[in-house]
Ligand binder design. Structure first.
Ligand code: ADP
Ligand code: MG
Length: 342
């Protein structure tokens, strides 16, 4: 169906009907001039927003509307999780060109609803406008955390241990596969499908973040990896005025991923260090707390949590290879919007 047949208001109520998650903390959701929320008293709130522009952040030839809806919410949830907070309420603004169908938006809201139910976020409002050329999306997300239990980028100190959740590089490889459909990709179909899925349908590490928030561990800094390990670790190092050593042999990259990269002439290490869109959590811990995470993390969180290095007083990032040699990493391996890939 054509968007012009429906008009703005019927469209909004149609999209609203796709959203099933209701939070007990929402007094007024979609339907008034503002949403009305009741935060848990004594908590801190965190607020974030992310914009996605067609042609820059997504390509409708490679992502389904459902995946795009999911990803729009998921990338913001990852930012909230990186503060150690729980995602709660969101608003969305959509700029839609006339060529889009109602069916596209139905499917977009289906994906949005899936993420909203899985991560218990209520979409409490938005704005819907037409856009001359490209589709654009902006979503803002409010989260909550215990008072003073908020993990920022600053605070890493020499001697702290560096940890990362999950595995690295698969999303970047998935993007490469999607961008070169004409290339003959060799090797495991399962690995290929996993990499593509990680790129199109990321799963933010809310559980790991909440585990850390409830634990007695002193998380001295935390960030989510959206622009690549080297770049995002660089933010932590800059904020703390420190440096880091990373151990190549400890980086969480799967054997299947290494094999797949190599037979397709790609460097697994480059993908893991500079790839981006992993949406894993990168954090630092006081060395005395290492035992707490070793005992707790594996059993209570669905993702592996791996120690990959140590914070140093010497600035910069050094990668220690398997044979003990060290080389300096350049952090601009990740993505920078106004510069592109360096
Ligand atoms: P206003 O004129 O006050 O901006 P709108 O007519 O734009 O109100 O929106 C009506 C209601 O629908 C508001 O509660 C708004 O938050 C919500 N809304 C608008 N667009 C969307 C959307 N794309 N998704 C969810 N809610 C929306
Ligand atoms: Mg409006």
């Amino acid at each position: 169906m054509d968007l012009s047949k429906l008009g703005e208001f019927k469209l909004i109520s149609r999209l609203q009907s796709k959203l099933k998650y209701r939070s007990p903390q929402v007094i007024q959701g979609i339907g008034d001039d503002c949403a009305v929320l009741s935060p848990n008293s004594g908590n801190y709130q965190v607020l974030t927003t992310d914009a996605l522009v067609e042609g820059v952040h997504f390509n409708l030839k490679t992502i389904t509307p459902e995946q795009l809806g999911w990803k729009t919410l998921a990338v913001n949830i990852s930012d909230v999780a990186s503060m150690g907070a729980r995602p709660k309420f969101s608003v969305i603004s959509l700029g839609i060109p006339k060529r889009f169908s109602v069916n596209f938006l139905d499917r977009f809201y289906k994906g949005l609803n899936q993420a909203s139910q899985k991560y218990q976020v209520e979409l409490v409002g938005g704005d819907t406008v037409s856009s001359p050329k490209c589709m654009f999306i902006n979503l803002a997300l409010l989260g909550e955390t215990f008072k003073r239990k908020v993990f920022t980028r600053s605070g890493a100190r020499p001697g702290d241990r560096i940890y990362v959740t999950g595995t690295l590089g698969e999303s970047a490889l998935g993007l490469k596969i999607l961008e070169s459909p004409g290339k003959k990709w060799k090797g495991s179909k399962t690995c290929r499908a996993k990499c593509i899925r990680r790129h199109l349908k990321p799963e933010p590490r809310v559980e790991a973040a909440n585990w850390l928030s409830r634990s007695q561990c002193r998380v001295t800094s935390m960030i989510d990896i959206s622009d690549g390990l080297t770049q995002d670790l660089g933010h932590i190092l800059e904020a703390g005025k420190v440096g880091a050593e990373l151990f190549e042999s400890e980086l969480p990259i799967s054997k299947a991923f290494i094999k797949y990269s190599i037979i397709n002439n790609l460097q697994p290490l480059d993908l893991a260090l500079g790839g981006g869109e992993d949406y894993e959590l990168l954090f630092t811990l006081r060395p005395e707390d290492v035992k707490k995470i070793d005992i707790g993390a594996i059993t209570q969180v669905d993702q592996p949590v791996t120690q990959i290095g140590e914070i140093t007083a010497t600035k910069g990032i050094r990668l220690i290879s398997k044979d003990g040699r060290s080389r300096t990493l350049h952090r601009q391996m990740g993505y920078n919007h106004f510069k592109g890939k360096e």
